[in-house]
Ligand binder design. Structure first.
Ligand SMILES: [Fe+2]
Length: 328
């Protein structure tokens, strides 16, 4: 466990150059010559979605102000809270996706992964998970999710998109919440291991799943993912794991761990109090609406958490050799 203070101290000690060049420095403006992804999770709140709109507006203003031509957006799960009446023909797809994140502002595909709310059958005759897959398959949309787990490539990165809804039996009387079956879970795990073992020319491998493996938020650390996925991230030195689920923005580092853990689950759903503060485990965790900007070059990734007011709240770079510099 690394607290924010320890992290800053150890990073200072790690590189005098990094200390002198990075800390206390104002945020660098996005590099227009780099490649850009914007991401958010936990966004499609039902009926009243002021929170979602405020984050989407901030994202649009941020992209415009910084002249970003996004290669993609990542939607980190929990697309639809509440019922999705009409299935693929639900007006929510237009109102809360197509027009909320327009291609004219955010060019590129919108890659999606399944959140726990996407697994619900709401209303009873609509399986939201299968509806999302069908919506993506129908074409004529940027919504991209070819299957529950899949890979894709962007400039400088190979992305492995996972389904983190690991098996648990349906609770008595709860007819809406479903998960992967034990067989699907085992199949995905074997596939994930194979994917990580494959050689890639991309300088960075990025893994994303809706549930955080480690989280300072109310859901806490995830026992099953720690047992099944975390050792693979460590073994294959995966530099970055992206998640949502907890409605906040986080960046966690652990001494000696090759993976930076980023949570961006503040895209619109109600916010909840953190369980662990960033002084206890960080370097960053904040209960705030916002989104995350990932900038890539062949040598480094730069991640910026941005609030709904458009201000950069926290940023760090991760170099190809694993060096991390916190920019705030
Ligand atoms: Fe969730």
């Amino acid at each position: 466990m690394t607290t924010r203070r320890q992290f800053l101290r150890s990073t200072f000690a790690f590189s005098a150059l990094a200390a002198s060049s990075s800390f206390g420095r104002a945020f660098a403006a996005p590099d227009r010559a780099a490649h850009h992804v914007l991401m958010f999770g936990d966004w499609g709140r039902e009926k009243v979605y002021d929170g979602q709109r405020s984050v989407a507006n901030a994202m649009a203003q941020y992209a415009t102000r910084n002249h970003l031509k996004t290669d993609a957006i990542f939607m980190l799960g929990d697309a639809w809270y509440g019922p999705l009446d009409g299935g693929v023909d639900s007006p929510r797809f237009h109102d809360q996706f197509e027009s909320m994140y327009p291609a004219s502002v955010f060019p590129g595909k919108a890659y999606s992964i399944m959140g726990n709310h996407d697994y619900q059958h709401m209303p009873q005759n609509v399986n939201k998970r299968d509806t999302e897959l069908a919506y993506s398959a129908r074409g004529n949309t940027r919504w991209t999710q070819p299957s529950l787990w899949y890979t894709f490539d962007l400039p400088h990165m190979h992305v492995i998109a996972l389904d983190s809804n690991v098996y648990h039996p349906i609770k008595e009387g709860n007819a809406v919440d479903f998960t992967l079956t034990p067989q699907e879970q085992a199949q995905q795990l074997a596939w994930f291991e194979d994917e990580l073992a494959k050689p890639t020319k991309a300088p960075f491998t990025v893994v994303m799943g809706h549930h955080p493996i480690y989280s300072d938020g109310p859901h806490g650390d995830h026992k099953t993912l720690i047992a099944e996925w975390e050792p693979l991230l460590r073994k294959h030195k995966v530099p970055l794991y992206l998640a949502g689920h907890d409605h906040d923005l986080q960046h966690l580092e652990f001494e000696g761990h090759p993976t930076s853990f980023v949570c961006s689950g503040a895209g619109g759903a109600d916010l909840y109090d953190l369980r662990i503060t960033q002084d206890q485990r960080g370097p960053y965790a904040k209960k705030v609406y916002g989104f995350t900007h990932m900038e890539s070059t062949p040598d480094k990734l730069t991640l910026r958490h941005v609030g709904a007011d458009g201000n950069v709240l926290h940023a760090f770079t991760k170099s190809h050799d694993g060096t991390i510099n916190v920019l705030s």
